[in-house]
Design a protein around this ligand. Structure first.
Ligand code: PFF
Length: 460
């Protein structure tokens, strides 16, 4: 069954929609945690270099493939060179796993929206926020209910069609998120004692330049920019010929990195002030533990309102990203198997839900907590399913996908064909020589090196 492909309504709409896909939980939930766990300044600098060189390179390649073929990732490769279909498939597998855990964290955000709506009672004591968060994510049923709600909303929205919703939401969301994050960051960096956190974030210490840190920076950059999974091929496929892809890619990289750094500025200094340097190991819980504290310190009870607005915006950011993933999965399955969008959604729902529940439950097993009706330590270990899922996508599947895109565009399809696609309707690509060199040598070699590190060290 052939369904009509949409197009973005405006050029700004495209940038906003792609930025809507890029800006999400990766920036606010993952990034500050990674900065904290990987030594601060060294990670930050490596991250920015990776975004500017490798991230931008792969992003341009994906846009060019997408607009050339007007197909989803798998279909695009099937059209340009059948042997390379696997490159699209790697991305699709990564997206599937990502969506399953993204929905869990999206569910956590939904819970916090409701918490703020109903009065934000986190309890007392210096550990109140951390205790509240840990108790919540390690309760067996509640996080799964929020997870299913989040997933259900995504499925509902996607079954209504492509760009319209995503574009509209992003137009309000991006400026709102910026303004609020800037405000929160200012509050956080002006706490007495915040300078220690700032020094941590902006001091480059050579001893932090480790292979683990570099792997984390590359994985995080790809995840955050939404590159390496073919999603931007799908986005490019909805582009018209007049759109300047170079400018769009530049802005998406800048916006995404800006939001991530703002989030780290909002969170890390306040972690130093409240918990001290030991809090840096908190990882994924950062946003949920540190930010409520920042809100509480605002005068006259406006903290609750700020908290509510912030978590609503974060929820929208998570939704636009999750929607971009689901849209890509649905477009791919329905176009490749020639079935309707509804049917392709139906095929995915059950495995997606099961994987998602596994991620949620592994929050218990990895903390040594058993279910009332199930003893994890008894034979069946859920391993560190959460860590495995995140590292498998960030450090293995996404880099593998990105590597395949680089080799395909650099050596098979050839950079000049991609450049011809990029330079249409008077658009020029001033960096085309550097980009050709990067897509053929710099990006693939860098990715091979980090894949080597990952293999040598093991996934978890
Ligand atoms: N880039 C998104 C984030 O940083 O939250 C996550 C994401 C969206 C990953 C879309 C992959 C994707 F295809």
């Amino acid at each position: 069954m052939k369904e009509k492909r949409g197009q973005w309504n405006s050029r700004l709409g495209f940038i906003l929609a792609a930025a809507g896909s890029a800006v999400g939980l990766g920036n606010i939930w993952k990034f500050p945690g990674k900065v904290g766990a990987n030594g601060g300044g060294a990670f930050l600098l490596t991250y920015m270099i990776v975004v500017a060189i490798i991230g931008f390179t792969v992003m341009m390649a994906e846009f060019a493939i997408g607009r050339k073929t007007h197909k989803n990732a798998v279909g695009a490769f099937a059209m340009l060179n059948k042997k390379w279909k696997f490159a699209g498939v790697i991305g699709i597998v990564a997206l599937f796993i990502i969506l399953s855990y993204y929905a869990v964290v999206g569910g956590w955000v939904t819970k916090y929206v409701i918490t703020y709506l109903t009065g934000a009672q986190f309890g007392n004591g210096s550990n109140a926020y951390a205790t509240y968060f840990t108790n919540f994510i390690t309760s067996p049923v509640e996080p799964i209910l929020w997870d299913l709600l989040f997933l259900g909303v995504c499925i509902f929205i996607i079954s209504k069609g492509v760009s319209a919703g995503i574009e509209k939401v992003s137009k309000v969301l991006m400026p709102g998120l910026f303004v609020l994050l800037i405000g929160i960051a200012i509050r956080s960096v002006t706490f007495p004692g915040a300078d220690e956190g700032l020094r941590f974030m902006f001091t480059f210490r050579l001893e932090d330049l480790t292979s683990d840190m570099i792997v984390a920076a590359v994985g995080q950059a790809f995840f955050s920019l939404s590159v390496g999974m073919g999603i931007l091929i799908t986005y490019g496929s909805y582009l018209d010929k007049e759109t300047d892809m170079v400018n769009s890619a530049k802005w998406i990289c800048i916006l995404d990195t800006f939001v991530a750094i703002l989030a780290a500025l909002a969170i890390i200094p306040s972690v130093f002030v409240t918990v001290g340097p030991d809090g840096l190991g908190m990882g994924g819980g950062f946003a949920f533990v540190a930010l409520p504290h920042v809100f509480e310190t605002l005068p006259g009870g406006i903290g609750h309102i700020f908290g509510l607005i912030f978590f609503v915006l974060l929820l929208l950011a998570a939704l636009t990203s999750a929607l971009s993933i689901l849209e890509s999965l649905v477009a791919c399955v329905s176009e490749e198997f020639h079935i309707s969008r509804k049917k392709s959604m139906a095929i995915m729902v059950i495995p997606l839900t099961l994987l998602s529940c596994g991620y949620s439950l592994s929050q218990l097993s990895t903390r040594g907590i058993n279910l009332p009706w199930f003893d994890f330590s008894n034979g069946f270990q859920m391993l560190a399913m959460n860590a495995v899922m995140e590292k498998l996508t960030d450090n293995v599947l996404i880099p593998l996908g990105a590597l395949a895109f680089c080799i395909f565009v650099g050596w098979v399809w050839k950079p000049q064909n991609a450049i011809a696609e990029i330079e249409q309707e008077g658009v020029t690509f001033p960096l085309k020589k550097a980009w050709s060199f990067s897509i053929r040598y710099i990006a693939p070699i860098a990715i091979i090196v980090i894949l080597y590190f990952t293999v040598v060290k093991g996934i978890v």
